[in-house]
Write a protein that binds this ligand. Structure first.
Ligand code: 5AD
Ligand code: FES
Length: 341
């Protein structure tokens, strides 16, 4: 099947198949093996703060959630997570957090440049939400290599049902294009099965990604959080998420696609199945255990009780059992080494 020649309607039909689609998944696995073999890249996730000025309706750390202790990691905390991670073989650190004005550009640049200085063989990925061009440029100059910012949904009307009126899809998109212009390896993505989402919306997500051409694509099922307005909505399903992973692998043969924690949360073997459907990245949690439970974007998030080494060991076994192997390289996107830097 040539996925790129399919019409919107044909894509919709694949999306709407209500089962574990063996054929599609086998095709996706073959494509992944052609480019990446059995390699699975490791990213150490450091959740730097759960303070957020935004109020996204789906998210457990939204501003209006008063039922949550808020925390911020200091530069020293973050560096010690990196140090521990580096000893464990991590060569990418992902600093993720809410949109928190406490972390000014200066603070972030200070953290990034010190990580790059102390661990020059490592890549730094930021996932800190929407910022202005100057901020993104400053982070890049300080040494940040990659940036993750999911678009969440590429349909304007759907976007406005998931977010407060002060946020807009147009702004989100413009941030993504700015990040590309600044030379970041860029990651985007969306939730599967978010409230009000239709199969047409998912096709729009795919079309937007074709336009953006991101290096990384992160997707996971929507999972309701008890302290959000979406508490009573059903979550996204395993089957649909796996189908979307497989479609993404076929459309973007060289993309870095994580098998996400959300996928592991809705099914005990969710991440193994994600890898088999074409995902080639895993992101063990490196955050200090004392704050883990506080970064609960959705209910019942896994990996909140384990130390970094345990979480990495656990994922290593899972990756192996699925028939792949963790590699300890930086894991830049395919062809990156031959691109001018
Ligand atoms: N369920 C699933 N994923 C969620 N995210 C935020 N809230 C939820 C939820 N309730 C995802 C968003 C965000 C990423 C960091 O986590 O897609 O971009
Ligand atoms: Fe994190 Fe199993 S993967 S504890």
């Amino acid at each position: 099947m040539d996925i790129n020649s399919l019409s919107d309607k044909e894509l919709c039909e694949i999306i709407n198949t209500d089962k574990y689609d063996c054929e599609l998944i086998a095709e996706a696995d073959a494509v992944r093996r052609r480019y990446y073999g059995t390699a699975v890249y490791l990213r150490g996730l450091i959740e730097i703060c759960n303070v957020c000025k935004n109020d996204c309706l789906y998210c457990g750390i939204r501003r209006s959630n008063g039922n949550l202790d808020r925390y911020r990691l200091s530069k020293e905390d973050i560096l010690s997570c990196c140090e521990q991670g580096h000893k464990l073989g991590f060569r990418t650190f992902v600093l993720q957090g809410g949109e928190d004005p406490y972390y000014t550009d200066e603070v972030i640049c200070g953290i990034v440049s010190e990580i790059k200085e102390r661990f020059p063989d490592c890549a730094v990925t930021l996932s800190l939400g929407e910022k202005g061009r100057e901020s993104y440029a400053a982070f890049r100059a300080a040494g940040a290599d990659r940036y993750l910012l999911r678009h969440e949904t590429a349909d304007d009307a759907h976007y406005s049902r998931l977010h407060p009126a002060v946020m807009s899809l147009a702004h989100r998109k413009s941030c993504l294009f700015t990040l590309k212009e600044l030379g970041y390896q860029v990651g985007s993505g969306f939730m599967v099965g978010s409230p009000y989402q239709t199969a047409d919306n998912l096709v729009e997500d795919l079309r937007f990604l074709q336009e953006l051409r991101p290096d990384m694509i992160g997707i996971g099922p929507f999972i309701p959080h008890k302290d959000t307005p979406f508490r009573d909505f059903p979550g996204g399903t395993l089957e649909l998420t796996l189908r979307m992973v497989a479609i993404l692998r076929l459309m973007f043969p060289t993309a870095l696609i994580p098998s996400t924690t959300a996928l592991g949360t809705i099914h005990p073997l969710g991440r193994e199945l994600g890898l088999k459907a074409g995902a080639n990245v895993v992101m063990p949690n490196l955050s200090p255990v004392r704050v883990r439970k506080l970064y609960e974007l959705y209910d019942n998030k896994i990996c909140t009780g384990e130390e970094a080494a345990e979480c990495k060991g656990c994922l290593e076994r899972r990756v192996q059992s699925a028939g792949y192997e963790i590699v300890s390289a930086r894991g830049d996107v395919y062809g990156f080494d031959s691109k001018p830097q």
